[in-house]
Design a protein around this ligand. Structure first.
Ligand SMILES: Nc1ncnc2c1ncn2[C@@H]1O[C@H](COP(=O)(O)OP(=O)(O)OP(=O)(O)O)[C@@H](O)[C@H]1O
Ligand SMILES: *[C@@H]1O[C@H](CO)[C@@H](O)[C@H](O)[C@H]1NC(C)=O
Ligand SMILES: *[C@@H]1O[C@H](CO)[C@@H](O)[C@H](O)[C@H]1NC(C)=O
Ligand SMILES: *[C@@H]1O[C@H](CO)[C@@H](O)[C@H](O)[C@H]1NC(C)=O
Length: 313
């Protein structure tokens, strides 16, 4: 079974629910306070682990993230939040830090927006420590590397390093943050690319399919491209025949959007499952599964019990 090595940051999130987004200098009382473990890659691992267990598939899931020192409560909390099936042995522990990267999120009920302010004093991962970490498990028969696409220059070097050390590996990259320079270059190097609506719109693309049609010309290595479009659903492109499929957002019977934090991360978990842990790499089925998983996620709080809701897939 495939080994997934997922590279990205772990956060501890504090979410304040507010009636409306405050103006600068305004004082406002929040109606709810919630703390949870966040971060794109850990979110994806949490959901993927659930889906694998639901399908009775056991496969190694390795997290490569920078964390505070091993004995800090923050590291303990992050570890506990992902349970025993995610391997933390190869993480980069910063001895002198004891605070986790933190994310403060204002969730506005008036507009459904979520405004984020992050803080971290952890030194970022560099290419040489990445190379050292993967030397311990490179050349497993079936490795998949998934990158959050955080620091594009470092990520690009890491991808080059995998191509040399583990040439059979599959590499997937998330292209998400609209203002992050250099994500296009990562897409050019990857086998699977996930584009977000906000990045696509910042490039001037009009829709998910528009994004994929234009990106396929710029991504010679990629076999599959995906683009999510929030309530507009998602689309996928298979490079071998340039076929594109699009699905409308999945709206569960309960109807309400309750919590969109991590919808994109859930979608990625669904795609990774469909592409790498099922026999047929059926693009339509994979896209529908990921889209339904993400649609069910926004209708509930957090991620727990998501996989069981998927019925027969
Ligand atoms: N309101 C909604 N109703 C149904 N499905 C939704 C809704 N919003 C998002 N989704 C599903 O989630 C997927 C990803 O959503 P979106 O594009 O908003 O991700 P995102 O902004 O990257 O999320 P995050 O960064 O929080 O993980 C969509 O493609 C869709 O399948
Ligand atoms: C901020 O934190 C969230 C998770 O808590 C993470 O998903 C996001 O990538 C971070 N953003 C930046 C700009 O670091
Ligand atoms: C690691 O974190 C713990 C708990 O926060 C702290 O007491 C300890 O001093 C830290 N270790 C180092 C080497 O800084
Ligand atoms: C990479 O990071 C590690 C850990 O912080 C550090 O010891 C090392 O000197 C760094 N290497 C380079 C080339 O920056």
């Amino acid at each position: 079974m495939a080994t997934l090595i997922a590279v990205g940051a772990c956060y501890l999130d504090t979410i304040l629910t507010v009636e409306y987004y405050p103006a600068e200098d305004e004082k406002l009382r929040a109606s709810q306070l919630e703390k949870r473990r966040g971060g794109n890659v850990p979110n994806t691992l949490e959901v993927l682990q659930q889906v694998l267990r639901w399908k009775s598939i056991s496969a190694p899931l390795i997290l490569l993230a920078v964390l505070p020192n091993r004995s800090s409560p923050a590291t303990e909390e992050i570890r506990a939040s992902l349970g025993p099936h995610v391997d933390f042995a190869h993480c980069f522990y910063r001895k002198t830090s004891s605070v986790a990267p933190s994310s403060y999120i204002f969730k506005s009920l008036a507009t459904d927006s979520r405004t984020l302010v992050n803080y971290s004093d952890l030194e970022e991962m560099n290419t040489s420590e990445f190379e050292q970490a993967i030397s311990k498990f490179a050349n497993q028969p079936d490795s998949i590397y998934h990158f959050e696409g955080r620091i594009p220059d470092v990520t690009a070097e890491c991808i080059d390093c995998i191509r040399i050390r583990d040439p059979k590996a599959t590499i997937s990259v998330e292209v998400e943050k609209p203002n992050r320079e250099g994500l296009q270059r990562l897409a050019q190097k990857a086998d699977v690319v996930f584009y977000s609506k906000s990045w696509a719109q910042a490039q001037g693309y009009q829709s998910a399919t528009d994004c994929l049609q234009r990106q396929t010309i710029l991504t010679p290595k990629a076999s599959f491209l995906f683009c999510t479009w929030g309530v507009g659903g998602a689309a996928a492109l298979r490079a071998s025949d340039k076929s594109i499929v699009q699905v409308p957002a999945y709206l569960p019977h309960s109807g309400h959007v309750v919590d969109t934090i991590g919808a994109g991360d859930t979608f990625i978990a669904g795609v990774l499952f469909g592409l790498f842990y099922t026999q047929n790499q059926n693009m339509v089925k994979t896209l529908s599964f990921a889209n339904e998983l993400a649609g069910r996620k926004v209708a509930q709080h957090g991620f727990s019990g998501l996989a069981e809701k998927m019925g027969q897939f």
